[in-house]
Structures are given as structure tokens and as C-alpha cells.
Design a protein around this ligand. Structure first.
Ligand SMILES: [Fe+2]
Ligand SMILES: [Fe+2]
Length: 226
């Protein structure tokens, strides 16, 4: 789904025209269509404005977080109420697409292309795992009353393993080392798909069900702004 995304380089637009130009492009997107925005800094102001003025209309997540450029992926959505599963499931799918594209480019010996996709995958995944560790799991632990058998301890442990494999994967792409890249892919393959499935089938639906609609929406907005 991330193969042919439109891109808008906000750095090339004069400052006073930038925001209206970005909004024009974003509001033309049909549900499911994506735009990559390139910015000279983190687009926090834009994100807050989108939530205020176009609530429920877009999913988003980073593809690059500095130091020279910030690249953010925006995908238009049908403006239905938000759910944890809806947003974080969308983020899982886009990460899986970046990983598959990066691996295919590496196997085709396009190392520059592979490195770009896998760096984007690493930025997306590290932010995703941080957001779950710092916002989502504490919210789950609060809702479940600090149960001793909370699944979040296992999920945090899996995040640590996934982060280590992603670090090795990005390193292998920079070194253009196909064997090391495949080894990191194999490690990821034993953890990440099952981890995502447990979240989407158990943890996220449990949170969506336990939260009141307004609290659920507020939690997803915190995840979007993190
Ligand atoms: Fe996770
Ligand atoms: Fe996740």
C-alpha cells in the first residue's frame, strides 16, 4: 500500500503558503489514499490542527524523524469513530508493507532503495513500540486494575526483541550484507507477525470494548499526537 504514494515537499513552499497548500492536498485524498509530507521539522502543529478541524479524517505516522527532514505518511479514512484496533492495525499494515518492499529491493540488489525503505520501517516501528509502551500499555494496565497476569509484560519483552532485530536489519542494509539482512528478517518473522496478531485479536479489542466512546477517541488521539 505504500508503493506509489504521492509526495509533497513542504520545504519548497513559502512559509505563509505552506499550511493552506498542505491542507488542499490532504483534503483531496479519497479514503485509503496516502500522501507523504516532507517537512523541515516535526509537523506537530499540523497534526493538532488536523485533529481539531478534520477529526477522524486521517491516519498518520512517521517515515523519517529528522535530523534533516521529517517525512510523515497521511492516509485518508472514512470519518467513522476511531478505535485503538483501527489506528494501530493500520500502522501494523503500513510497517509490514515497508518491510516487504525493503526486503524485495535488497534481494534485487537495489541497496539505496532498500536502505530508504528499511530506515522508514525502523523509524515507524520504533515510534510504534514506544507509543504502545508509554501510552497504550499503561492505559491497559489501569483499565485491568494491575492484574498480575497482565499480558503487557510479555508484550514489552517482545518489543525489546523486535527493536534489536530492527536495529540489526537497518545495519545490514547499510552494510549491503544480504546474509545478515536475511538473518534479521528471519528473527523478525518469528516475533513480529504473532505479536501484531495478539495485539489485534486480544489486547486492542479488549481496550476498545472497555473504554467509553469518548475515552476511546481521546486515547487514539493521544497515540496520533505522540
Ligand atoms: Fe506491540
Ligand atoms: Fe503494535
Amino acid at each position: 500500500m505504500t508503493t506509489q504514494m504521492q509526495e509533497l515537499d513542504g520545504r519548497a513552499i513559502p512559509h505563509e503558503e505552506r499550511l493552506p497548500a498542505i491542507l488542499r492536498r490532504l483534503t483531496k485524498l479519497q479514503p485509503g489514499e496516502s500522501l507523504v509530507l516532507v517537512a523541515p521539522h516535526e509537523p506537530s502543529k499540523l497534526l493538532r490542527m488536523l485533529l481539531a478541524e478534520f477529526p477522524r479524517c486521517f491516519e498518520w505516522g512517521p517515515l523519517q524523524r529528522g535530523p534533516q527532514a521529517w517525512r510523515w505518511q497521511f492516509t485518508a479514512r472514512t470519518p467513522q469513530p476511531r478505535t485503538v484496533n483501527g489506528y494501530l492495525g493500520w500502522d501494523h499494515r503500513r510497517m509490514e508493507a515497508l518491510l516487504a518492499q525493503g526486503a524485495a529491493l535488497a534481494h534485487g540488489a537495489d541497496w539505496a532503495g532498500a536502505q530508504a525503505k528499511l530506515d522508514a520501517y525502523a523509524d515507524a516501528l520504533l515510534r510504534h513500540a514506544d507509543v504502545e509502551d508509554e501510552i497504550l500499555f499503561p492505559a491497559y494496565e489501569k483499565l485491568s486494575g494491575g492484574l498480575a497476569d497482565s499480558p503487557t509484560a510479555m508484550m514489552r519483552h517482545e518489543h525489546a526483541e523486535i527493536r534489536a532485530a530492527v536495529h540489526d536489519l537497518a545495519h545490514a542494509a547499510r552494510q549491503r550484507d544480504l546474509a545478515a539482512l536475511q538473518s534479521a528478517m528471519d528473527r523478525l518473522d518469528t516475533i513480529a507477525p504473532e505479536h501484531h496478531a495478539k495485539e489485534e485479536e486480544i489486547l486492542f479489542p479488549a481496550m476498545d470494548e472497555a473504554l467509553q466512546p469518548a475515552d476511546r477517541e481521546a486515547l487514539v488521539e493521544r497515540l496520533l499526537l505522540a
